[in-house]
Write a protein that binds this ligand. Structure first.
Ligand code: FE
Length: 200
């Protein structure tokens, strides 16, 4: 199956349905087991676990240290289970980090939920490395010339998450309010978090 096969989605969907039916029929899989996994990634996890870790890191310097030292262990403090190494890269006024998987589509599912479609596409996977600033611009992200852009290539054993910069004017916000500001794309590193309108 080529990556650019036009019917790849419907083909995969059909195969998955057939496999699921067969597994249920054979009594190997409980009928609601797959739904539970999908729900876990779509709703329960979403990018929420990542957002919680980011908001905590902004609010608690000791947690920030732990998150940067060992992402997997720090995320486990929220009950999150990451089955790979999780490296957290902190954005600063000097450096902007961005995550890609050039080989396929490795993504930190447990912290960010389902990967966006563009993340899996060849255009992003190749161009993020060759022309990161150009790709960022397409996401509406302008990184100043003097600020370095670093691109991190994920693998099956090593996943990356970006710790975005805390937007200015959010000093008075609670940790819960901060969680709501953190977007999936900012943790992939293709966007930054704008100053919220309410505090502008
Ligand atoms: Fe991959």
């Amino acid at each position: 199956m080529g990556k650019n096969h036009p019917n790849v989605d419907s083909y995969v969907v059909s195969r998955v349905r057939a496999l699921e039916s067969l597994l249920i029929e054979k009594g190997i899989l409980a009928p609601d087991a797959v739904d539970a996994v999908v729900r876990r990634y779509e709703q329960d996890t979403g990018p929420l676990l990542g957002a919680r870790a980011v908001a905590r890191a902004w609010s608690d310097p000791a947690y920030r240290e732990r998150l940067l030292a060992d992402g997997r262990a720090a995320v486990a403090e929220f009950g999150g289970e990451v089955d790979t190494l999780l490296v957290v890269k902190e954005n600063t006024p000097e450096v902007h980090h961005m995550v890609v998987c050039t080989l396929c589509s490795c993504y930190p599912w447990p912290v960010l939920g389902l990967p966006p479609t563009w993340y899996k596409q060849p255009a992003y996977r190749s161009r993020a490395v060759i022309a990161p600033r150009e790709v960022l611009r397409e996401f509406g992200t302008e990184i100043a010339e003097q600020r370095e852009v670093r691109v991190w290539d994920s693998s099956s054993e090593m996943r990356y998450m970006v710790l975005p910069m805390r937007p200015p004017g959010t000093e008075a916000l609670s940790e819960e309010e901060l969680v709501a500001l953190v977007t999936r794309d900012s943790m992939i590193g293709v966007t930054e978090i704008p100053q919220p309108a309410a505090v502008r």
